[in-house]
Ligand binder design. Structure first.
Ligand SMILES: [Zn+2]
Ligand SMILES: [Zn+2]
Ligand SMILES: [Zn+2]
Length: 152
């Protein structure tokens, strides 16, 4: 797995933008660091915080998620169910985003790490002059388990 942002990176980014490191912001990011590879909504984060007996309210969670996305630490993703989810960005800005495989039956999101779009990106550059910096690719379908369940 690619290296992701840490609490120290968060401190630096906040300082650069003249924002303060608050315990709430740190706690929200820590939730993501504790759940690598997961795509969490504001409600998910709020639920996990409650499990840890944290007093942080949902509105603060929303604000922290927005700020962390603006700072480029979190990536906001829409999976088509009307609910924004977030994941921690990789540290390397030249590294393109992994792809998401979304099961339309159970809602599971699987990460596909390989880019495999180099040919397409080169093609786009040749034909349009457009230089692809990143992408968010989503594949919709059925996961292994849901396919097996459908056969019964
Ligand atoms: Zn790419
Ligand atoms: Zn499924
Ligand atoms: Zn992901």
């Amino acid at each position: 797995m690619a290296e992701t942002f840490t609490i120290t990176d968060l401190k630096l980014r906040l300082q650069e933008r003249q924002h303060k490191m608050t315990p709430q912001r740190q706690t929200v990011l820590q939730i993501f660091l504790d759940h690598p590879g997961e795509h969490l909504s504001a409600e998910d984060v709020h639920g996990l915080l409650r499990d840890k007996r944290s007093e942080i309210g949902l509105a603060t969670v929303y604000r922290s998620l927005e700020l962390l996305s603006e700072l480029g630490i979190l990536q906001k993703i829409e999976f088509g169910d009307g609910c924004s989810r977030y994941e921690v960005n990789t540290l390397d800005p030249t590294q393109h985003h992994h792809h998401h495989l979304i099961c339309t039956k159970c809602g599971k999101v699987i990460e596909f790490e390989e880019d495999l779009l180099d040919d397409l990106e080169r093609d786009i550059k040749t034909k349009t002059g457009f230089s692809v910096q990143d992408h968010q690719v989503k594949f919709f379908g059925l996961c292994k388990e849901c396919q097996a369940a459908g056969e019964n």
